[in-house]
Design a protein around this ligand. Structure first.
Ligand code: PMP
Length: 431
């Protein structure tokens, strides 16, 4: 029996795989990966999921193997040097003056911790979240995830009110200027405060760029306007930086910085340990210390994942990968914009740095075209490039390579996209 059939038999049906013929990855090197048949692909998605600085990076591999050979034990019951060293780096980089850090093993759990801390600190289970968001798949995170594809149940420990968010290509946000977008969003928040909440609101949770939601982003400075209201009301701001952190946007270390705010809590995950199960929350000491009871974590910030985190953090800083994300991101964007100009099925290219989304529509309309997104994903794979998919309608391609990608590799990816989008399906007006 082949591996695909074995996967289908033993794993739940909702763990869906990419591609008609799913790929078994065998090894990776830098921005390249090879499948079990020896086929080589340029990895333009793993950067945001796991390998922020590339595959098989010697400094990180040796940090992991050295720690594995030394000791791996409870994360929190004994003094854990790698965890303390990583916490110090993250606290310093966070922009929060008296920051403390708690480590978890996934982004879901990081957001759970942030919301637990916020609700404990303020004594309220009322929170604000943005439409089209994704924050994870626990009961708590499903409740603040504004996309029904990812919300299989309505049970929640939180009481959630929805704020403006999502694509500006269609729906209520379509056609708004940046100034109108901001004014509408502030009015929406003020209205939510008056009409949909009772008593105290604990937190507002938001992604600076909605990741799973298809790289939708508000105008720079927008969150600053909302933040003024949340500050006035004593509502804590949680910035979910799981996809936008660590310099990926090319302009700032954290996505929130584009908005001139200082969040109370920041959550991080995915690439922080270059593929190890490492995540967590950074926050103001007063909020971080708010739990009145003990809490421990067996694996969160374990010596081995924290060692990977320290090595990854240092690699990002030492190689100035934020600058590379800015330069390579600009080249990628320029190339994608050029493809979009001659491809009627591309409704919008958006994002920042090495986080670029391509929204597919039926040519001549703004109607979402998930079938075309799937077609483009398959075509790029045939051309030897791995990309991701997302968006409320599953019609947005997500391009997010490791931050170490070179100019030649960006051109290689663009050449593959040019060939992929030459397909008539992306040019015919009538479907
Ligand atoms: N927040 C954001 C912004 C994410 O993109 C994700 C994962 N897609 C999560 C939280 C949840 O992270 P994890 O899958 O590690 O639980």
């Amino acid at each position: 029996m082949d591996l695909i059939e074995r996967h289908r038999r033993v794993l739940p049906s909702w763990l869906s795989l990419y591609y008609d013929e799913p790929i078994e990855l065998d090894r990776g090197e830098g921005c390249w990966v090879w499948d079990a048949h020896g086929e080589r692909y340029l990895d333009c998605f793993g950067g945001i999921l796991t390998t922020s600085v590339g595959h098989n990076v010697p400094e990180i591999v040796s940090a992991i193997s050295d720690q594995a050979a030394r000791v791996i034990h409870s994360s929190t019951l004994y003094l854990n040097r790698p965890m303390i060293e990583l916490a110090e780096r993250l606290a310093k980089a966070s922009g929060i003056p008296d920051a403390k850090v708690f480590f978890t093993t996934s982004g879901t759990e990081a957001n759970d911790a942030a919301l637990l801390l916020a609700t404990a600190a303020l004594g309220s289970n009322q929170v604000f979240a943005l439409r089209n968001s994704y924050h994870g798949r626990s009961f708590t995170e499903i409740a603040v995830t504004g996309n029904r594809t990812w919300s299989p149940t309505s049970y929640s420990p939180l009481s959630v009110s929805w704020l403006q968010g999502g694509s500006r290509l269609r729906g209520p946000l379509a056609g708004l200027s940046d100034a109108e977008y901001v004014a509408r969003g502030v009015a929406d928040l003020e209205d939510a405060l008056l009409t949909t909440t009772a008593g105290r609101v604990a937190a507002l949770i938001a992604e600076p760029i909605q990741g799973v939601g298809g790289f939708c982003l508000p105008p720079d400075g927008y969150f600053g306007e909302l933040w003024r209201v949340t500050q006035r009301e004593g509502i804590l701001w949680i910035s979910d930086e799981v996809q936008t952190g660590f310099g990926r946007t090319g302009e700032h270390f954290w996505g929130y910085e584009a908005h001139g705010i200082t969040p109370d809590l920041i959550t991080f995950a995915k690439g922080v340990g270059n593929g190890m199960s490492l995540a967590g929350v950074i926050g103001r000491a007063e909020v971080m210390d708010a739990l009145g009871t003990n809490s421990i974590s067996t694996f969160g910030g374990s010596p081995i994942t924290a060692a990977a985190g320290v090595a990854t953090f240092d690699y990002i800083i030492d190689h100035d990968l934020m600058a590379n994300a800015r330069a390579r991101g600009a080249e990628l964007r320029e190339g994608l914009d050029a493809i979009a100009r001659s491809t009627p099925a591309i409704g919008e290219v958006r994002g920042k740095g090495l986080m670029q989304g391509v929204e597919l529509v039926w040519p001549g309309t703004v109607e979402p075209a998930p079938e075309l997104a799937t077609r483009a994903l398959e075509a790029a794979r045939r051309e030897g490039v791995l990309i991701g998919k997302g968006g409320l309608h599953g019609n947005v391609l997500r391009i997010a390579p490791p931050m170490t990608i070179s100019a030649e590799q960006i051109e290689h990816a663009l050449e593959a996209f040019r060939r992929s989008f030459a397909d008539q399906a992306f040019h015919v007006k009538e479907q």
